[in-house]
Design a protein around this ligand. Structure first.
Ligand SMILES: N=C(N)NCCCC(=O)O
Ligand SMILES: [Zn+2]
Ligand SMILES: [Zn+2]
Length: 318
């Protein structure tokens, strides 16, 4: 059941009164969900990395991104939006996710997402590895039907299994497509690059319903052309945005588990997200931030700004 937007949102702690490095870190120093009557958008952590194929550490992602989000200010000067005033955004804390059993973990996340979205609240989830997109898509598809997935990533994540395991961080979008959770006419990967296992990876990916804007195409054709292609593909469908931070070049986001050279700059990624203000966003995630490989919070700052742009795009038009 959808609610009308919260009339008087409680915003972040004022950094001119309480220094921004003081206090317990919620995302952007927003109120906790239990401290507001309800939220239009909830930020929730999914600290889980038992689905990774290479470097671990993304289970520490939610805390690291919250810590780096302390410096966010409330006004988006490019889109002229105040994302924390135009809607109630609150921090729902972290889901309790089983680290030893992937099937259990996925069920934990789906149950948590269901609970948080039961009254029309939209979720922006901070991962965690990319496995978490599967239960989050199960939840949005249960509410909206098949959604257009806008997937920013170096990787397709439509592979079949790893060591026989069907639910991993390299497979969520194949499972989602097989389960009928995604709109196969409108889903799209952006930023794909690097060596694949075989030519067939791309053939399978297309059959599963994804179009591709590759990293080299953004370089060759330019950002404006990429934005046009993205918006044309999404149309007016309900859209779920999934941002794997490794879509960024390792120079912009070293703190991640499966880095690939030749990626987007954070400027390019933020510009693409800003173009989503007219798009019907039903949910989002930012995943694969692995603090042990980060330096100087580079990756976490990028992730915090990605989340800020998504929240700005979710804000109702004035
Ligand atoms: N979802 C991420 N970040 N990576 C998937 C890489 C899978 C592989 O090791 O081939
Ligand atoms: Zn990736
Ligand atoms: Zn991924």
């Amino acid at each position: 059941m959808a609610h009308p937007p919260v009339p008087d949102p409680v915003g972040p702690t004022d950094a001119s009164r309480v220094p921004r490095y003081a206090g317990i870190a919620t995302f952007a120093r927003l109120p906790r969900l239990e401290d507001v009557p309800r939220a239009d958008v909830a930020i929730v952590g999914a600290p889980f990395d038992s689905g990774v194929s290479y470097r671990p550490g993304a289970r520490f992602g939610p805390a690291h991104v919250r810590e780096a989000s302390r410096l966010l200010r409330p006004y988006n000067q490019v889109t002229d939006v105040e994302p924390f005033a135009a809607q109630q955004v609150a921090d729902a804390g972290d889901l309790a996710v089983n680290p030893f059993d992937i099937a259990e973990a996925v069920a934990d996340i789906q149950r948590g997402a269901e609970h948080l979205t039961r009254d029309g609240t939209r979720l922006l989830t901070i991962g965690g590895d990319h496995t978490i997109a599967l239960p989050l898509l199960r939840n949005v598809a249960a509410q909206h039907g098949p959604v257009a997935v806008l997937h920013f990533d170096a990787h397709l994540d439509t592979w079949d299994t790893y060591f026989g395991a069907p639910v991993t961080h390299g497979t969520p979008f194949r499972r989602a497509s097989e389960e009928g959770l995604i709109d196969r006419e409108a889903s799209l990967h952006v930023g794909i690059r690097g060596p694949l296992y075989a030519r067939e990876d791309l053939r399978d990916d297309k059959r599963l319903g994804f179009a591709v804007i590759a990293s080299h195409e953004i370089e060759l054709d330019g950002l404006a052309a990429a934005i046009d292609r993205m918006l044309a593909r999404l149309g007016d469908r309900p859209v779920y945005v999934s941002v794997d931070i490794d879509v960024l070049d390792p120079a912009h986001a070293p703190g991640t588990g499966t880095p690939e050279a030749g990626g987007l700059t954070s400027r390019e990624l933020l510009a693409m997200l800003r173009a989503l203000s007219q798009v019907n966003l039903v949910g989002a995630d930012v995943v694969e931030v692995s603090p042990p490989y980060d330096h100087a919070q580079l990756t976490a700052v990028a992730a915090a700004h990605v989340a800020f742009e998504i929240l700005s795009a979710m804000a109702p038009a004035r």
